[in-house]
Design a protein around this ligand. Sequence first.
Ligand code: PGA
Length: 247
Amino acid sequence: MKVIKCKDYTEMSKKAAGLFAAQITMKPDCVLGLATGSTPIGTYKRLIELYQAGDLDFSRVKTVNLDEYVGLDGSSDQSYRYFMNENLFNHVNINKNDTHVPNGKAADLAAEGENYEALIRSLGGIDMQLLGIGNNGHIGFNEPNEFFDKTTHEVQLTESTITANARFFASMDEVPKTAISMGIGTIMQAKKIILVANGSSKAETIYNTVYGPITPQVPASALQLHPDVTIIVDEEAYAAIAEKCGK
Ligand code: PGA
């Protein structure tokens, strides 16, 4: 794992966007795995700037998102499809038909999970996957568990995730309690993985991800077994590594 410490959120976002821009430039028809949440917004902003400056072409890029809330689709402004349209897809020359988000409204979520895995395979796999990380170490919506979930599946969100997500909803009751998410196995098959994290609330989980035991109680710790992971953090998210490792 490579850990890059940046001075702040802006530098973290520029660094992550730079890696995605290089991926698109080197392989214009690449498959990007994308993430939602507050953390990647700056990365998407920077990619939009590069596109507007004429430095990036998304016309042949394909995307697959990590997850979606069960019960929501693109017509809901809380859905992850809506988030992606608002924060990236509406602002670049990507073909929306080439952008994929799991269907949170699927009647049969197990079949939707299988279809999503088949879709990723049919695209030739993910070239570069962007990840945020939850305070509890989740990636996608793979919550701490007794085992690592392999494929795209329905998940019950934990209280800590529901509480963290409540800030985006009018009331706690409106926060979905279940989601559909790529599994840890799906994520681990991406050729390259870029994880971004900022702020002191992520410091402990970043330390555990990089230096802790590999355990499904910290889902992101599985990334230690992946051959090409870059973790980009600001100084606050790096703080526990600095303190415990003296660097
Ligand atoms: P955040 O969420 O970027 O809003 O902190 C990250 C996550 O839960 O994966």
